[in-house]
Design a binder for this molecule. Structure first.
Ligand code: GDP
Ligand code: MG
Length: 345
């Protein structure tokens, strides 16, 4: 079957809408096209429109350059080093790049994808509903993004259709500007400067519902603006970033870890100060023993928690920032982590 079947927008839309909540991160190809690959993800509070925007992006991008349904991957739970989470992976093409875009069904899937996911996120989309503004998971995703090394954000202020013409919101522009400032301020708390952020407003649902001929400013054209902003604002990913970030041989480092919940095959009981699991780095054949040092304010860690820790290995090892590892007790995986700093803060 040809990889570049001429699908109508409607057929394509149907295809996109049946993407199950989880999709395999398998290979894909766009016939005859060699363009830079870029991995992005849709972050943001539950129900703010991440999945709707994901579908809208694929369709709006496909208006210019059709891709076939085969390019959208089928569903599967990701199992990366024993850490399971659900993620959909879709692809779309712009003038500049081929994007791999990840979207997770739940807040916890997002956390696990950021900490343990196989793909490095080159730049993230942050979906904020204009009817709610920033919410707790918005903050948590920004915090995690900073820790795992995401340096650029494009914010999509969604559900503009609910604001437009709303009799209670007299000054639409001022209202949007207020939410923009709120998001910008939240991002700046995690050291994202104005230069690191672009903000677009629109309606993902409108874009998804209207056909190419009915393209409106708050619908299709806002998603097109988002695609343009992604091409312009996200810098090209640096290849072989692992080699570029300097490895150091040391015993202590800081890390962001996710501790598996009991029903994910993790521990049944919490752990405390002095906890000594083994650390398995994908680059090493052997596992290393060491101690988890908890922040002063944390007395115990429950299965299902994610937190910043310091690790003190028993023997020095060559490690680098951004390196991922898993935590084990014997053969049982109890958590996953990413090294956030080689300074033992
Ligand atoms: P997610 O949890 O962030 O993935 O959010 P979803 O994409 O599942 O959307 C949550 C709800 O908001 C669904 O009912 C969507 O139809 C709705 N929604 C998404 N985008 C828009 C929008 O632009 N306008 C309106 N009115 N509703 C939207
Ligand atoms: Mg969703």
């Amino acid at each position: 079957m040809s990889a570049n079947t001429n699908l109508t927008r409607r057929e394509l839309l149907k295809g996109i809408l049946v993407i199950p909540a989880s999709a395999a991160l398998t290979n894909y190809s766009f016939a005859g096209v060699t363009k830079a690959n870029f991995t992005t993800c849709a972050l943001g509070h539950n129900d703010h429109g991440k999945t709707t925007l994901t579908a809208a992006l694929v369709n709006v991008a496909a208006n210019k350059n059709l891709v076939s349904y085969e390019n959208v991957n089928a569903a599967k739970v990701n199992n990366i080093n024993g850490i399971q989470f659900k993620a959909s992976s879709v692809h779309y093409e712009t003038a500049k790049r081929i994007y791999t875009h990840l979207d997770c069904p739940s807040h916890f899937d997002h956390i696990k994808n950021l900490i343990a996911g196989e793909k490095k996120i080159d730049g993230a989309l942050l979906v904020v509903s204009l009817s709610d503004g920033t919410m707790p998971q918005t903050r948590e995703h920004i915090l995690l993004a900073r820790k795992v090394g995401i340096t650029k954000f494009i914010v999509f202020l969604n559900k503009k259709d609910l604001i437009a013409g709303n009799e209670f919101i007299q000054m639409e522009d001022e209202f949007i500007q207020m939410i923009e400032e709120e998001v910008q301020e939240l991002l700046s708390e995690y050291d994202y400067s104005k230069d690191d952020v672009r903000i677009i407003s629109g309606s993902a649902l409108t874009a998804l519902q209207e056909g190419a001929t009915a393209a409106s400013d708050i619908g299709t054209r806002s998603v097109q603006s988002l695609l343009n902003a992604m091409d312009e604002h996200f810098p090209d990913p640096i290849k072989n970033v692992d080699k570029l970030s300097k490895a150091k041989t040391l015993r202590t480092f800081s890390a962001l870890v996710y501790i598996l919940a009991k029903d994910e095959g993790g521990r049944e009981a919490p752990f405390f100060k002095g906890y000594r699991p083994n650390f398995a780095l994908p680059t090493l054949e052997t596992e290393l023993s060491g101690e988890v040092m908890l922040p002063a304010v944390v007395e115990m860690v429950m299965p299902g928690d994610n937190l910043q820790i310091k690790v003190e290995l028993d023997t020095p090892m060559a490690v680098h920032s951004g390196q991922r590892f898993i935590m084990k007790e014997g053969t049982k995986t109890i958590g996953a982590g990413i090294i956030t700093s080689l300074e033992s803060v």
